[in-house]
Structure formats: structure tokens, C-alpha cells
Design a protein around this ligand. Structure first.
Ligand code: PLZ
Length: 450
């Protein structure tokens, strides 16, 4: 893997206990001013970040295998992005595209039309967050079809706003006591190869879902099917081959809008520009955010022109959506991803990491499954020799990795999955170092359980 150039040394360096005194002091200040409902994965505060390294306020350099939840694919201070941001900010930081439009928004929409799957005529709208993109994809689908029902899946995650909470499957911590939720949302079983009958094909799982949709909802009342092509927060669940294409074909035959939520999987993360490309499926609408703009808040929906243009002028928008600084960052980020062929780099990361993780799974009996694509990889932990989820062990692995200076995120409906989401620009040495930490920590944690 050819390394890029980085401003900060791409190494773990632990100088203080973790968290150090400056981070502990910030935690105290935070308790008095920041709402308790906002959590943080690690108890240290960032002072600087570049490539795959986060330097905390005590001068510790942590290796980042989370990318701020799949955002900083090109690093947290990529020079092309910081330059584009600063140039745009010196001209104007905001006019509101709904008031005085600007070129950057149009240029991002042009890029999205080129990058997203399918050669059909496309239109885009820009927003601030992934949840906002999903909400708007559903708005468009309902208006364009004149139907109301929306289908989501077990283990789905689509956001924290009212509609996207309803689409999200897991109650704690996302939904519990935050209701009432939006109506006309229906949940279907997801293809989850590790937990499904091993003989079951993707097509069979899809036909089961189709049968339920036809019998329980009624085909001609369904506006949209919303699905993450690889589920993110739900546990990096890769559906069995054939599951997605079968659903797409059925949606197309029945005038149902197929919405691919690629907020987490998009922008080179899985080894393609979008995860849908792997099985050659073409969504009607695709939602994007996270990695789109090198860490600046930007989200988008791109879809068939006839769906998006069905909405009346003024029907879509928002004050900050497609902010000019965020658009400049997105254009620079997309350029960087292209110039460094980051989809290929995600495949290289998989080629290095996946065999090591599989080897680890052979050595210990607490790993039930290793899966994922590109630089979106996961380890599912179970009680030794069973398929019973082990969230306590998973938490312990993440905590011990942090003690070694490695930021690891957990996920999963059962909280028993460690996910690897390194920046795509990570150096090979840093990647290997992080994997070694995981191996050591998993072995030690598994041994302690005996
Ligand atoms: N759709 C597929 O992964 C965000 C959420 C973390 P926003 N995932 C990280 C948390 O606990 O809040 C996500 C996603 C998919 C939508 C979203 C929502 O994107 O930018 O967080 O709104």
C-alpha cells in the first residue's frame, strides 16, 4: 500500500495515563454544561488529528480505527479539504442556496450524478445530516408515488430524528421513551447470514420479505423500501448474495421506490464508490453523508430525475443544506478520493486486515463471525462455542484497545460487534499496528474469561 503524506506522525504514543489530566478536567467541565444524554466512545478530548491519528489534549497520539464513525476517510485534516474550506470561507460562509444560489452546490450535484450507480438522468438535493437525507428520501418517495407505507428492516439504523427513529430498529439507546413515532413504518426481517439457517439463500430471504410485504402491507400502498446495503450500527451485517437484487427487482416491478441508505457505506468505504455496486444494483434514491465532505457536515440524496423533479418548487430545502464551505470541502474530498483511488485502497485494507481477523477467529472461541467489505470490517463476539452474543466481552475488548491507544467502535443490535472503520488513507504500518493491538487484546480478554 503506498502511503500518503501526513502532517502528524502516524504512530501511537501514550504519554500519560488514559484519560490524562487535561481530558479529566474537560470531563468535569462537560458535566456542568453538556447534556448527559450525549455520549462519547472514549474519555479523551481531541486537540489535533490527521490521517489515522488523533492527538488528545494531554499529548497522547491515538490510532483511530473509527474515523469519527466512517467520516474522515481521507483524514481529519486533509490538506486539500482544509485549503478548500479556508478559500471558500474567505469569500462567503453562507448565503442560503434557497436565497442566493452558488456554483459549489451545483458542482456537488454534478459529481453525485457521475459517482452514484446508474446511467439514468439524476437530480440531487443537499442537506446537513444523514438523518435529514433519509427523511427527505422518504418525503420524495411518498410524494412521487402518492403512497404512504415505508418498509425498513430488522437491525436498521437511519437516524435520530422522529421519522428516522421510527425507521431505526433498536430501542436502546435510540428510541426508548422518545415516542410517539411516525406512523406507516413497517419492519421486515433482514438477511443476516451468521444468524440465519446456513442453507438459506439471499433470494429465499428476499422472497420471504416480499411475501410478508404483499400479505401484511399491500404492494400498492408501499411508497418505499429503505435499506442499508451493509447495515452499519446494526452490526455490519452483509446480507446474503441475491437478497438485495431480488428486492430491487420486486420494487421496480411494483412501482416502489428502492432507497439505499449509503450514509455509512458510501464514498469508497466498501471498496466501491457505493456498496450497491458490489451486486450491480441501482437504487432509485441513494442517501449519503459522513465521508462525503472530508469531515464537514454535508448530506445528500441523489435519485431518478422523475422522482426528484416530481416535487413542487420550494418543497425541499433547509437553511444550511448544501452550505458553501461544506460543498467546497466535498469537491476537494471527492477529488482526493479519485486521485488516490480510495476504492482500491479500501480493497487493499480488506486484503491486509480480513485474513488476520479470520486467523484470530480460528485461534479463539469467542469470535462467531468475521465479515465486511473493504474498510468496513467487523468481528462478532459470542459466548465460547455458541452463537449467544457477548456484549460484555465486546465492551472489554474496546476498552482495553483504548488503554493501548487504539480507538475501536462497537455496534450491533446485541452490542457484540467490534467494527473496523479506519481512515482509507491509513498507512500500512498503522493498519498493521492496530490489527496487532486487536489480536493481543482479544486473546487476553478471551483468556481472562476462562
Ligand atoms: N443512516 C446508515 O449509519 C449514522 C450514528 C451514530 P447522521 N450513523 C452513526 C449515532 O449514534 O448517532 C447514520 C447511518 C445510516 C443514517 C445515519 C444518520 O446520519 O448524520 O448521524 O444523521
Amino acid at each position: 500500500m503506498d502511503d500518503l503524506t501526513y502532517r502528524l506522525p502516524q504512530k501511537r504514543v501514550i504519554r500519560t495515563e488514559l484519560p490524562g489530566p487535561a481530558s479529566r478536567a474537560l470531563t468535569e467541565r462537560r458535566k456542568a454544561s453538556v447534556a448527559a444524554g450525549v455520549g462519547s466512545s472514549v474519555p479523551v478530548y481531541a486537540a489535533d488529528a490527521d490521517g489515522a491519528v488523533v492527538v488528545d489534549v494531554d499529548g497522547n497520539s491515538l490510532l483511530d480505527f473509527g474515523s469519527g464513525i466512517a467520516v474522515t476517510s481521507i483524514g481529519a485534516s486533509n490538506p486539500a479539504v482544509t485549503q478548500a474550506v479556508s478559500e471558500q470561507a474567505q469569500h462567503f460562509t453562507h448565503t442560503c442556496f434557497m436565497v442566493t444560489p452558488y456554483e459549489g452546490y451545483v458542482a456537488v450535484a454534478e459529481q453525485l450524478a457521475t459517482l452514484t450507480p446508474g446511467n439514468h438522468e439524476k437530480r440531487s438535493v443537499l442537506f446537513n445530516s444523514g438523518a435529514e437525507a433519509v427523511e427527505n428520501a422518504v418525503k420524495v418517495a411518498r410524494l412521487a408515488t402518492g403512497r404512504q407505507a415505508v418498509v425498513a428492516f430488522d437491525h436498521a439504523y437511519h437516524g435520530r430524528t422522529n421519522l428516522t427513529m421510527a425507521l431505526t430498529a433498536k430501542t436502546m439507546p435510540y428510541k426508548a421513551r422518545f415516542g410517539p413515532f411516525a406512523p406507516e413504518i413497517y419492519r421486515m426481517p433482514m438477511s443476516y447470514p451468521f444468524r440465519d439457517d446456513p442453507d438459506r439463500t439471499g433470494e429465499q430471504s428476499a422472497h420471504d420479505v416480499i411475501d410478508r410485504m404483499e400479505k401484511q402491507i399491500g404492494t400498492d400502498t408501499i411508497a418505499a423500501v429503505v435499506i442499508e446495503p451493509i447495515q452499519g450500527e446494526g452490526g455490519f451485517i452483509v446480507p446474503a448474495t441475491g437478497f438485495l437484487p431480488t428486492l430491487v427487482d420486486w420494487c421496480r416491478a411494483n412501482g416502489i421506490v428502492f432507497i439505499a441508505d449509503e450514509v455509512q457505506t458510501g464514498f469508497a468505504r466498501t471498496g466501491d464508490w457505493f456498496a450497491c455496486e458490489y451486486e450491480g444494483i441501482v437504487p432509485d434514491i441513494i442517501t449519503m453523508a459522513k465521508g462525503i465532505a472530508g469531515g464537514m457536515p454535508l448530506a445528500a440524496i441523489t435519485g431518478r430525475a422523475e422522482l426528484l423533479d416530481a416535487v413542487h418548487p420550494g418543497g425541499l430545502g433547509g437553511t444550511f443544506g448544501g452550505n458553501p464551505v461544506a460543498c467546497a470541502a466535498a469537491l476537494a474530498a471527492i477529488d482526493t478520493m479519485r486521485a488516490n483511488d480510495l476504492p482500491a485502497r479500501a480493497c487493499e485494507i480488506e486484503a491486509i486486515a480480513l485474513p488476520r481477523l479470520r486467523g484470530l477467529a480460528n485461534d479463539v472461541d469467542v469470535i462467531g463471525d468475521v465479515r465486511g467489505r473493504g474498510a468496513m470490517l467487523a468481528i462478532e463476539f459470542v459466548r465460547a462455542g455458541t452463537t449467544e452474543p457477548d456484549p460484555a466481552l465486546t465492551k472489554a475488548v474496546a476498552a482495553r484497545a483504548f488503554d493501548q491507544g487504539l480507538i475501536l467502535l462497537t455496534c450491533g443490535t446485541y452490542g457484540n460487534v467490534i467494527r473496523l472503520l479506519p481512515p482509507l488513507v491509513i498507512t500500512e504500518d498503522a493498519l498493521l499496528d492496530g490489527i496487532s493491538v486487536i489480536e493481543q487484546v482479544v486473546r487476553n480478554t478471551a483468556d481472562d474469561q476462562r
